[in-house]
Design a protein around this ligand. Sequence first.
Ligand SMILES: Cc1cc2nc3c(=O)[nH]c(=O)nc-3n(C[C@H](O)[C@H](O)[C@H](O)COP(=O)(O)OP(=O)(O)OC[C@H]3O[C@@H](n4cnc5c(N)ncnc54)[C@H](O)[C@@H]3O)c2cc1C
Ligand SMILES: *[C@@H]1O[C@H](CO)[C@@H](O)[C@H](O)[C@H]1NC(C)=O
Ligand SMILES: *[C@@H]1O[C@H](CO)[C@@H](O)[C@H](O)[C@H]1NC(C)=O
Ligand SMILES: *[C@@H]1O[C@H](CO)[C@@H](O)[C@H](O)[C@H]1NC(C)=O
Ligand SMILES: *[C@@H]1O[C@H](CO)[C@@H](O)[C@H](O)[C@H]1NC(C)=O
Ligand SMILES: *[C@@H]1O[C@H](CO)[C@@H](O)[C@H](O)[C@H]1NC(C)=O
Ligand SMILES: *[C@@H]1O[C@H](CO)[C@@H](O)[C@H](O)[C@H]1NC(C)=O
Ligand SMILES: *[C@@H]1O[C@H](CO)[C@@H](O)[C@H](O)[C@H]1NC(C)=O
Ligand SMILES: *[C@@H]1O[C@H](CO)[C@@H](O)[C@H](O)[C@H]1NC(C)=O
Ligand SMILES: *[C@@H]1O[C@H](CO)[C@@H](O)[C@H](O)[C@H]1NC(C)=O
Length: 577
Amino acid sequence: MGFVWWRLFVAAVVVILFFHGFSSAERAPNFTFMHSATTAPDISYYDYIIVGGGTAGCPLAASLSQNYSVLLLERGGSPYGNPNITNLSTFGSALSDLSPASPSQRFISEDGVINARARVLGGGSCLNAGFYTRAPPDYIREAAWDGRLVNESYQWVEHLVAFRPPIQAWQSAVRNGLMEAGVMPYNGFTYDHIYGTKVGGTIFDLEGHRHTAADLLEYANPTGLTVLLHAAVHKILFRTKGKSRPLAHGVTFRDSSGTKHRAYLKNGSKNEIIISSGALGSPQLLMLSGVGPAEQLKAHNITVVVDQPMVGQGMSDNPMNAIFVPSPIPVEVSLIQVVGITHFGSYIEAASGENFAGGSTTKDFGMFSPKIGQLSTVPPKQRTPEALAEAVRYMDSLEDAAFKGGFILEKVMGPISTGHMELRTRNPNDNPAVTFNYFKEPQDLERCVQGIETIEKIIESKAFSKFRYEGMSIAALLNATASSPVNLLPKHANASRSLDQFCKDTVMTIWHYHGGCQVGRVVDHDYKVLGVDALRVIDGSTFNYSPGTNPQATVMMLGRYMGKTILDERLASDVSN
Ligand SMILES: Cc1cc2nc3c(=O)[nH]c(=O)nc-3n(C[C@H](O)[C@H](O)[C@H](O)COP(=O)(O)OP(=O)(O)OC[C@H]3O[C@@H](n4cnc5c(N)ncnc54)[C@H](O)[C@@H]3O)c2cc1C
Ligand SMILES: *[C@@H]1O[C@H](CO)[C@@H](O)[C@H](O)[C@H]1NC(C)=O
Ligand SMILES: *[C@@H]1O[C@H](CO)[C@@H](O)[C@H](O)[C@H]1NC(C)=O
Ligand SMILES: *[C@@H]1O[C@H](CO)[C@@H](O)[C@H](O)[C@H]1NC(C)=O
Ligand SMILES: *[C@@H]1O[C@H](CO)[C@@H](O)[C@H](O)[C@H]1NC(C)=O
Ligand SMILES: *[C@@H]1O[C@H](CO)[C@@H](O)[C@H](O)[C@H]1NC(C)=O
Ligand SMILES: *[C@@H]1O[C@H](CO)[C@@H](O)[C@H](O)[C@H]1NC(C)=O
Ligand SMILES: *[C@@H]1O[C@H](CO)[C@@H](O)[C@H](O)[C@H]1NC(C)=O
Ligand SMILES: *[C@@H]1O[C@H](CO)[C@@H](O)[C@H](O)[C@H]1NC(C)=O
Ligand SMILES: *[C@@H]1O[C@H](CO)[C@@H](O)[C@H](O)[C@H]1NC(C)=O
């Protein structure tokens, strides 16, 4: 029934679009300040230069542009008018597009898990599963943020990009199953992080159209902002002569034709460069600019500006493990809507339905597609395009019934295990080498096991019974997941008997990786880079652990929060001067 409803829904949307033109999400907004970097002068001057127009960079730029001149440099293009980004039902298309023009850049961690980073205005909010949920009060206390400004900043974001999702039959069954499994109480629809089961927000509107962090640029002062697309920053420039500490004063960037440009801070002691290049990009750019572990920089012939051994340390990725449950009846297409927040430190979420990534008719698992690397029959080191194509053919050979159903997943909070990142080359467009050390700390593994045990209870619940085959035991479901191509880290026959082994053998990413420029290690509590002047980092690289059940709300909030904080402090001191 959900299935038919969905088709009717899509048909209705198409009819509405036909008669009313494109919805606001699809129409390129009238961003008079957005240009290709090829149009930029060789040299230009601004009060603030922000590197990275991502989930944090956009709200930050919109805020600072109210009173100062701001340059926002983004290496990718515009998200507007690209159905691979806008359309909920084509989730995964961008992630499976491996071309250099893709809004997603694939990377494979040294752990052997395929992952992705954004390369588009709006950053990860253009690729993600859309779930929108705030961080809990204790996270905000520990970060030493001002609770009132945090709430105002969340609301500022929510006003433009957060929606209440339409819950259909399959997600309802997961919700009720969570309650039967004891993840109580039921807290209804809320953005707040509260123990129990809830329905969270989403950046997809009721028409299934994505609203991204780029939409927050609608708040910008158009006369204060310049956004340059396809502007890849190669270096932060420091002035050291006659300074007690190196002073950041400019950047070099290249446009799509490879032409080099420079942008400098205008004279003014409070002007700053802010790096918002994401958890991989920010530590990478610091290192390329000479701020990082001296030995490593020297090995790449990079002149050391500050020996900062903590840059690139504290990289973490929350492990995700899932069980696929085939359904005897059709299910709706859904990304994440319901979440269980447990007391033992794992979060339960779910996604359902077949999905036609790339607008093709190829059968697919959406969030768990071999095309995006989540389900691969090929060992990590051998994941060539040909091998991935073979995995896709394997999926095509499965019967339709295999695609009816959904995944119930758990994410380990934190996590406690951490890793590190190293440069591979001096090219900012290349991926650095990153190691996350999934399950290195036993407590992360315990949390995974408890999460999977809860998922088993959901599958066994009365509420979920109509969405599973009666004859298919939990052991068989575990075995199906453990022996199907979820990744090909070495597999062990005992994975369907030992949940420890199941967690290790079937680990995937939920793309919430963070760290690399952590508060207290690389930046101070005002996000200023230690050891240099006029340089901050503001984005997910500063987190010590992942906020809330899913981070994007807090990343966007942080962009607004710091933009407002910097403005307020500076305007107050300008008045008193
Ligand atoms: C597939 C996927 C699914 C996810 N699902 C969810 C979800 O459902 N809910 C949720 O809350 N979170 C989700 N996340 C996580 C969330 O989207 C990220 O944590 C968040 O977007 C990170 O924001 P950021 O600002 O730190 O980095 P980004 O948004 O990645 O921004 C960094 C920007 O900097 C640019 N950049 C990098 N280097 C340079 C350079 N040298 N010069 C110029 N520009 C540069 C990049 O192109 C990018 O646009 C998901 C992420 C992914 C990838
Ligand atoms: C876009 O904004 C500019 C400047 O504000 C205005 O002159 C122009 O008419 C607008 N265009 C559209 C299509 O709204
Ligand atoms: C800063 O910008 C806001 C919004 O544009 C404006 O109301 C305010 O007057 C400005 N303040 C100063 C000191 O320029
Ligand atoms: C959409 O994604 C598919 C691959 O998944 C790719 O072939 C296509 O070029 C993409 N379209 C756009 C507009 O980016
Ligand atoms: C912020 O909002 C949350 C609810 O989302 C509330 O619990 C908290 O008390 C608020 N904090 C402040 C300082 O207003
Ligand atoms: C900044 O000040 C220096 C020295 O006072 C001067 O040479 C330079 O031209 C000024 N730059 C700008 C952009 O005003
Ligand atoms: C560093 O420079 C030396 C001497 O010019 C050269 O031999 C070496 O290959 C360079 N290393 C890298 C990583 O570029
Ligand atoms: C979204 O994608 C689905 C599946 O490819 C398609 O049927 C639908 O028309 C698309 N909607 C829009 C608004 O592009
Ligand atoms: C697990 O699945 C594999 C492959 O589908 C099968 O060969 C094996 O017999 C199954 N093992 C158990 C214990 O069910
Ligand atoms: C599973 O079996 C492998 C050997 O095949 C063994 O190394 C591992 O310890 C076992 N795992 C558990 C949790 O028993």
